[in-house]
Write a protein that binds this ligand. Structure first.
Ligand SMILES: *Cc1c(COP(=O)(O)O)cnc(C)c1O
Length: 339
């Protein structure tokens, strides 16, 4: 099977497996796992933040951030298709007890005028605005990154309002690769950032949350509350550290593969792509197609190709390091045959 369902499907490489077997370990709840400590120090430095925390997943990193930044009863400003709103089982309201204020967006960008207007005044009726939430790259938006001018505007609005900014940077390094900005430069506009090790970077497990030293001290406690206090976690931190050091440079191949796929979709099918293909995600709309989204998924599956139905009338193709150039070319050929 050629698996384009997600960039989470990658399997650990032989090198990663060897690193897991040999990893130096200790009890990480006592902060005594040397491999986890090394990973956290490296991630913090890479993002230009004081400290970082290894979490079991992106969801856990995001939720620990929410628990750290906010208090129950506050409101978080986000775009209406944010992962935290759609795909985290309403943990934001169940655990942090905050309200999601969802705003329209294009590729993850909320108009600065609307964002600014949406910060609540201190009227006694209103919830307090506790946090501004960004997603970069934007998943439902088709893997689009937030440009620096936008990040600057959001930072300015946040500073004027006295509200912190969290970035769900599950695919932060895809954003860095595509925008030409370093991850640290992107992160400089935020108070905290979460990024996934287990997506395009290819590690088997884990995410990182980065921020100030005091933010991470509190987030470490919140992570424990969420059941994320791990013990000899060096065995999963070792492949994660390798992925973070060695696999960032590979993301550009995934991006090239996505552009190739997008070209084939546009030239040889009746599907429509309505977003810029900037990174490793291609969202193709089926409203213009003679086949439904369900039919596309089933036909491709018969050809040994896996994708996901993303919305009632959309498909998502996600390139990843386990899919080679040749396999992408095979997918391009099969797409033309199906039509
Ligand atoms: C995948 C993803 C997450 C969550 O990561 P998990 O490790 O699957 O919990 C959060 N935000 C975005 C934008 C994602 O794509």
């Amino acid at each position: 099977m050629i698996d384009l369902r997600s960039d989470t499907v990658t399997k650990p490489t032989e090198t990663m497996r060897q690193l897991m077997a040999k990893a130096a370990v200790g009890d990480d709840v006592y902060e005594e796992d040397p491999t986890v400590n090394e990973l956290e120090a490296y991630a913090a430095e890479l993002l230009g933040k004081e400290a970082a925390l290894f979490t079991t997943s992106g969801t856990q990193g995001n939720q620990a951030a929410l628990l750290t930044h906010t208090v129950p009863g506050q409101e978080v400003l986000m775009d209406e298709e944010a992962h935290v709103f759609i795909y985290e089982g309403a943990a934001i309201s169940a655990f942090a007890g905050v309200q999601s204020r969802t705003l329209p967006h294009t590729g993850g960008r909320i108009s600065p005028e609307l964002l600014k207007k949406s910060v609540r005044s201190d009227d006694i009726h209103y919830p307090e605005t506790g946090l501004i939430w960004l997603e970069n790259t934007h998943n439902r938006g088709g893997g689009t990154y937030l440009p620096e001018v936008y990040l600057k505007e959001v930072r300015k609005i946040a500073d004027e309002a006295g509200v912190p900014v969290h970035m769900d940077g599950a695919r932060l390094f895809n954003a860095a690769e595509a925008s030409g900005m370093s991850a640290a430069r992107i992160a400089s506009y935020t108070d905290s950032v979460q990024f996934c090790l287990s997506k395009g970077l290819g590690a088997p497990v884990g995410s990182m949350l980065a921020g100030s030293a005091s933010f991470i001290r509190t987030a470490r406690k919140k992570r424990k509350m969420l059941g994320g206090g791990m013990r000899q976690a060096g065995v999963i931190a070792a492949p994660a550290l390798h992925a973070l050091k060695e696999h960032r440079a590979l993301l550009k191949h995934d991006h090239g593969h996505a552009r190739l796929l997008a070209k084939a979709i546009q030239s040889s099918t009746d599907l429509t792509i309505r977003h810029d293909v900037q990174t490793n995600i291609v969202v193709a709309d089926t409203d213009t197609s003679s086949l439904s989204a369900e039919e596309w998924v089933a036909r491709l599956e018969q050809e040994g190709i896996r994708i996901i139905q993303y919305k009632p009338e959309a498909l998502r193709f996600t390139t990843n390091s386990d899919v080679s150039r040749e396999e992408v070319e095979t997918v391009c050929r099969k797409l033309a045959e199906i039509q």
